[in-house]
Ligand binder design. Sequence first.
Ligand SMILES: *[C@@H]1O[C@H](CO)[C@@H](O)[C@H](O)[C@H]1NC(C)=O
Length: 301
Amino acid sequence: MISGRVFLALALGALSAQAIPSLKPRQSISTLSTTQIDTYTPYTWYASAAYCAPANTLAWNCGTNCQANPTFEPVASGGDGDETQYWYVGYDPTLETIIVAHQGTNPSEFLSLLTDGEIVYSSLDPTLFPGVPSSVEAHDGFQATQSRSAPGVLAGVQSAIATYGATQVTVTGHSLGAAIALLDSIYLPLHLPSDIHVKFIGYGLPRVGNQDFANYVDANAANVPVTHINNEEDPIPICPGMFLGYVHPSGEIHIQDSGSWDACPGQDNESDLCIVGDVPEIWDGDISNHDGPYNGVTMGC
Ligand SMILES: *[C@@H]1O[C@H](CO)[C@@H](O)[C@H](O)[C@H]1NC(C)=O
């Protein structure tokens, strides 16, 4: 038996094999050029700088991490590195974007946290996330951490918009900081004027929420582009496990052992060129890959 679609394709093919595009176009895995990889580097340094104490990021005096983006104008910073991860907000006139960055955490402690039994997700807090359907659920611990910095981050972004007339906000972070930043990329647009564009660039991102969460992020990707970059055999991005219901949004870039960067279409792409295929189980992972290097940048202050 021949299906209607195959029949149609055959019929169209008979008419003109060359002129008829595929009926169901598929994105393929694509390797980034050196130029494309380099466009991420300033954000990688910003994610790394979030490991530096708030007093240092507010003075933009944090050594190599700060010097890598010399034109940055800091606006606000906070966190205690314990209950609340460090964060900072400022404006980069070279990239013409407000930067929001969140600190990550100790890789091996984080891995044991993500693989223990207490991985509960729940609906987003309607005060912070008004209008988001209750079926959109995210990790409780990530939500709690994000909620503590949320008011300070929003006030910092509003102040930067007023001071610099900026219309672009880029939220970034590594590890736990990437998870907080991804929640920020949902939170901020709900509280900012619609002409302010938010995008997310994260590193070593763990899974943050359920299927509806990933779908919500994907559905907004035209307005809030999401890129999550993971390195070699880092086990953090495959946690918490998909068997627990956790799903990554689209936008993965996987760094191969060779150092080449591949853009992986879809959610949790199973190709060997992407993290799910490269690191099928935790014990296939190497936690020392979590901090990088990401095109030469190793996370940490
Ligand atoms: C993974 O990538 C391939 C391209 O190589 C694509 O055909 C496939 O649909 C992707 N998988 C998912 C789950 O999106």
